[in-house]
Unconditional design. Structure first.
Length: 109
């Protein structure tokens, strides 16, 4: 279950895309993060705290920041999960530039 960076990137991207297509998923994620994350192949210990942070993309972050935050959660037991709001459009430079994505997100990469 998303034990590698590549597996986490894939699962996280699917989760973010799902929140964009189903806005009610954010509420479910906040209510029971372990259950929703598990649906996407991301596991957290039962005693963990997952802070779901909704954010507006700034173009400044990258997936590496989300991965580092998630790894820190492995040690502290508190995970920060950043969910960028749905962009008005997807494409153009954002879809082509794999180094600059939503802050921090991986759905365009």
């Amino acid at each position: 279950m998303a034990t590698t960076e590549a597996a986490f990137r894939d699962a996280y991207g699917q989760l973010v895309a799902a929140t964009w297509s189903d806005p009610s998923l954010i509420g479910k994620l906040k209510d029971d993060p372990a259950k929703v994350l598990g649906t996407y192949g991301i596991s957290v210990p039962g005693s963990a705290t997952v802070r779901v942070v909704e954010m507006v993309p700034t173009g400044e972050g990258d997936f590496g920041e989300q991965w580092e935050d998630w790894q820190a959660g492995e040690k502290s037991g508190t995970y920060d999960l950043f969910i960028p709001s749905k962009p008005k459009s997807v494409g153009g430079g954002a879809a082509q530039d794999t180094n600059t994505t939503c802050t921090p997100c991986c759905t365009c990469t």
